[in-house]
Design a protein around this ligand. Sequence first.
Ligand SMILES: Nc1ncnc2c1ncn2[C@@H]1O[C@H](COP(=O)(O)OP(=O)(O)OP(=O)(O)O)[C@@H](O)[C@H]1O
Ligand SMILES: Nc1nc2c(ncn2[C@@H]2O[C@H](COP(=O)(O)O)[C@@H](O)[C@H]2O)c(=O)[nH]1
Length: 509
Amino acid sequence: MDVEWMDGLKCMKNVLIMVSDSKLQIWVNYCAKCWDMFRDTSPKVRFDLRAIRKFLRFQSRRGKLNTILLSSPSRPKKEKAKLFFFFAQSLELAALLRLKFRVAGRDFSMGEAPAFLVDDLHDGHVNGFDLKNETSKTVTIVGDKKYVIGGADDETASIEVQIFDHNLGEWVKPTVLGTKPLSCNCHSSVLLNNDRILIIKKGSKPDDHVWFLEVDTPYVRQQKKALGTEVVAWSKGVIGNAEKPIVISGPSGVGKGTLISMLMKEFPYMFGFSVSHTTRAPRGMEKDGVHYHFTEKSVMEKDIRDGKFLEFASVHGNLYGTSVEAVEQVADAGKRCILDIDVQGARSVKASSLEAIFIFICPPSMEELEKRLRDRGTETEEQILKRLRNAKAEIEQGKSSGIFDFILYNDNLEECYQSLKKLLGLNGHVIVPTKSARELNIPMDHSVSKVDDKIIINNISPGPEKESKNLIMLDVSDLKGGAPGRTRGLNFHAIHSFSDCLNGMDQLS
Ligand SMILES: Nc1ncnc2c1ncn2[C@@H]1O[C@H](COP(=O)(O)OP(=O)(O)OP(=O)(O)O)[C@@H](O)[C@H]1O
Ligand SMILES: Nc1nc2c(ncn2[C@@H]2O[C@H](COP(=O)(O)O)[C@@H](O)[C@H]2O)c(=O)[nH]1
C-alpha cells in the first residue's frame, strides 16, 4: 500500500493520515498521547480544522478521496466515536466532497453519528448534523444532488431550499410544494431512506419541531414528471398514529354531507373536515372557509398550476379541489381528515401517495335521489337535471372502478350512519385523547444522532432539575403518510442513555 505524508497535516502532531491510492481511502489513526490530549478538551481546540479541510480539499480535487476510515483496533469504540464526532464537525466540507465514514466496521454517511458508541458524550460536542455557521444551513447529499437547507435571516420567512446538481454542475431552483416551515435559528438535518430529509428545528414550538423535506418519494417523483421541474415537498411531522384520512364520495344529494356532519358532531375531537375550494357560488347558509373556500376560477387555476392542490375536478360545471393545506390543517389539529369529493377526485387521491380509506355512498334508487335533491331546494331545475345525469355515471364508477374499499347504501339515515361508524371502528369503546407527547419540548440547545431508525436528541445544557431526562429518542421506523399532507407515526421516548435506544425505554406518546 502506498503511504503518503501530507504536508498540510504536520501541525496535527499525533494524528497520522495515510492515503491508499489503490483503495481510494484515507486511514485516520491516532495514538495514546493524542487521545490523552483529546479526552479532556474540545477537539476543536486541539486539532487544526483548517489544516484538515485543506488536506481534504486537496485530496478531493485529485479525485482520491471517497472514504474516511477511522481505524485503531486497540482503542475502545467510545474513543473512536469521539474522533468520529470531531471529524463530523467538518460536515459542510464532507457533504461537499461526498465522503463516507466507517467506524468499527459500520458505514455512516456524513452527518450520521454512531450514537450507540457514545453513551457518555455529555460535554457539548456537536455531532456533525449542524454546520454551525452563521447562516444556519445544513447540507445533505442525496445521490447526485446536494440539498442546502436553511439560511433565511428573517424568522417570518420560510426555510429555504437550494439544490446543487453534480451531474449538471449547477445550482437548480426547485419547485417547493407543501406548507413550508418557518425559518429558525438552527436546525439539524438527517437523511432517511435516501428519499426524505428529517429536519429537527431548534427552539421552535412543540408542534413545529419535526419536518420532512421529501426529495425522492413517489409523490415528489410524480410531481417532477407532472411539472417538469426539480421538485421537493415539505411535510410536517405529527406525533402519534393519527389514522388514515377518509374519502367519502357519492352522487350529489345522496347524503354525504349529512353523514359527515353527524360524525363530526358525535366525535368533534376525532374528525376534521377538509375544506375544499370551489368556483361555484355559495348557497344561502354556506360560509366561506367553513363549507368551502369560494374562489375565483383564475386564482384556483393558478394555484393548481403551482401544485397547491392534492386533487381537483370539474364537477357539474364548476371547479372543485382539495388543497394540500386543507388536509394538513386537519392533521395539525391531531384529527382524522374527512374529504367529501366526487369520484374523479377520489380517483386522483387513490393515485396519489395520500393513503386513505375510500367509501362510496349509494342512494336506494334514482327516484329517491331526485326527491332528496329537489327537497333540499338548493339547485335550479337545470342544475338538478345535470346532477341527476351525472349521478348515473358516478354510481356505475363507484361500484365498479375498484377505487372504493366500502360501499354503503343510504336508505334509512340512522342505519347508514351506524354502518359508517362500524366500518370506522367507532361502535365500541372510543378512546378520548389524553395529554400526549404533543406537549413535549425539544431542548433549544441539543445535538442529534442517528442509529438505524432512531434519532437521539441530546440536551446539551440540562436544566436545574437534575432528575429530568436529557435524552429523547425519536422513533421514525413507522412513518405513515407524508407529502401531500403530514407525516404521521412519529414516536418520542425518554431515554436515560444511548444504550437505552437499543433496549427498552419509556414512551412519551
Ligand atoms: N337517508 C336519508 N333519507 C332521507 N333524506 C336524506 C337522507 N340522507 C340525507 N338526506 C337529505 O338529502 C338531502 C341531501 O343530502 P346532503 O346534502 O347531505 O347530500 P350530499 O351527498 O352531501 O350532496 P352534495 O354532493 O350535492 O353536496 C338533504 O336535504 C338531507 O337532509
Ligand atoms: N373532486 C372534488 N369534488 C368535490 C370537492 N368538494 C366537493 N366535491 C364534490 O362536488 C360535488 C358537488 O358539491 P356541492 O357542494 O356543489 O353540492 C359533490 O359530489 C362533492 O362531493 C373537491 O374538493 N374535489
